[in-house]
Design a protein around this ligand. Structure first.
Ligand code: C2O
Ligand code: CU
Ligand code: CU
Length: 430
């Protein structure tokens, strides 16, 4: 924190080498280190400044995924940082406690930059969440879980796309927080896992082998109003979920990703990774566990609009050729929204393959999924939603940041190969 109370972070984008296993060094990228980046943390109401230096030999950006901030600070493809250059965005945090993240966003190269290791978590806190009796000892009973799938031969990552894999890159094993075969020792009865799917294309369906239920307490944009008992939670690229799971003294259990049956046809299922299963993170419980008490019955307060009396509706058709039939162009503004207005956005995928949809600057409410009320995991604040083929979702959002007719925000598919190929559009707030 500096003299005027601003919380200052330093991030350096750098190339490095990391030993993943068996002693061989793998070329990587990272923030302030060889792979991934530090967890940044700030409180609602705080002013934040990030001093970023790009020590890579390629231009890149740093985008604050899920953050409500002025378009110039967003770190999208219009805020490029040259090799050797720097960028110092600042903003005031004004949104609920949540698990956000940061990653590069250079147009056409996001997949590569994220895959090499540029990603980190950005946690927000607020007064309300500080008072709640939820596990909150960072690294002890409150764990960041950044999940990425990789292909790794012991010496280097293979980032190649396979033929027929129209979702992009799919790995054959997973890492958590940049670690292969990860495990975590836990000493509390209740463990909070902040799950982030930082993979480029893969969707996971998380759960436990004994089908124990856990409490879903938060989604992309913060805590749910009430915890939801679940046995599985599905996350597509870019999405987050906070779950609280109970462990038994002395047990070993594993967070696993199970095959998914909601992809539509078996062809899709297979070529989009829906048939795959992974052990993601082993939890090793101590013989004696600290008592955790119960999870509170009431959690967060939703600040997303309810979608009644929207100022206008828009429609987005996800196609591999682009959104609404148009591929992203840096100098074309696709949508102009009015500051302070609530809108409903209807997003449709009947493209025959899975997509998802992410909107910058806002958290939104899911009003309908194929005409029905949303399931528990879609009842909180969201900034990214999964749309297997055959899905239409209606979302409600309000754009209440500062007007800036010249600097666009993005909306896009967060399967990064699709985004890089142009499944992205731009909107301005005026
Ligand atoms: Cu996570 Cu437009 O990005
Ligand atoms: Cu984003
Ligand atoms: Cu897509």
């Amino acid at each position: 924190v500096d003299k005027d109370g601003t919380r200052v972070f330093d991030l350096r984008m750098q190339a490095g080498e990391k030993e993943f296993e068996d002693g061989r060094k793998t070329p990587t990228w990272g923030f302030n280190g060889d792979y991934l980046g530090p967890t940044l943390r700030a409180e609602r109401g705080e002013k934040v400044r990030v001093r970023i230096r790009n020590d890579l030999d390629e231009a890149s950006t740093v985008h604050w995924h899920g953050m409500h901030l002025p378009a110039k600070m967003d770190g999208g493809p219009h805020q490029m940082i040259k090799p050797g250059g720097s960028w110092r965005p600042d903003w005031t945090v004004n949104q609920p406690a949540s698990t956000l993240w940061y990653h590069p966003h250079p147009h056409g190269a996001t997949e590569k930059h994220v895959q090499r290791g540029l990603a980190g978590m950005f946690l927000l806190d607020d007064k309300r969440s500080a008072r709640l009796k939820l596990p909150k000892k960072y690294g002890v009973d409150d764990l960041p879980v950044i999940v990425q799938d990789v292909k790794f031969d012991g010496a280097k990552f293979d980032h190649g796309h396979e033929m027929m894999r129209n979702v992009g890159f799919l790995g054959d094993r997973t890492m958590v927080n940049g670690t292969l075969r990860p495990y975590q020792e836990v000493g509390d009865e209740l463990v909070r896992l902040r799950l982030l799917n930082a993979s480029t294309a893969r969707t996971y369906d998380f759960g436990f082998p004994d089908d124990r239920s856990f409490s879903l307490v938060g989604t992309d944009g913060g805590l749910l109003e009430q915890p939801a008992r679940m046995e599985r939670v599905q996350l597509s690229p870019g999405e987050r979920a906070e779950i609280v799971v109970r462990v038994e003294p002395g047990e070993k259990t594993v967070l696993r990703s199970f095959p998914q049956d909601n992809y539509g046809g078996s062809w899709q299922q297979r070529f989009s990774g829906g048939d795959d299963s992974f052990d993601v993170l082993e939890l090793r419980a101590a013989k004696q566990l600290r008592a955790s008490g119960d999870i509170p019955w009431r959690l967060g307060e939703l600040e997303v609009p309810d979608g009644k009396n929207p100022a206008r509706g828009r429609f987005f058709d996800l196609k591999q050729s682009g959104i609404n039939g148009r591929a992203m162009e840096m100098d074309r503004i696709d949508e102009t929204v009015t500051r302070g207005a609530t809108e409903t956005w209807t997003v449709r995928n009947n493209n025959g393959m899975p997509h998802n949809f992410h909107v910058h600057d806002v958290q939104f409410r899911v009003l309908k999924v194929n005409g029905e009320a949303p399931p528990p995991e879609l009842r909180g604040a969201k900034d990214t939603v999964f749309l297997p083929s055959g899905t239409t979702m209606k979302l409600a959002m309000r754009f209440d940041g500062p007007a800036d007719p010249d600097t666009p925000y993005m909306y896009h598919c967060h399967l990064l190969a699709h985004e890089d190929d142009g499944m992205m559009g731009q909107f301005v707030v005026v």
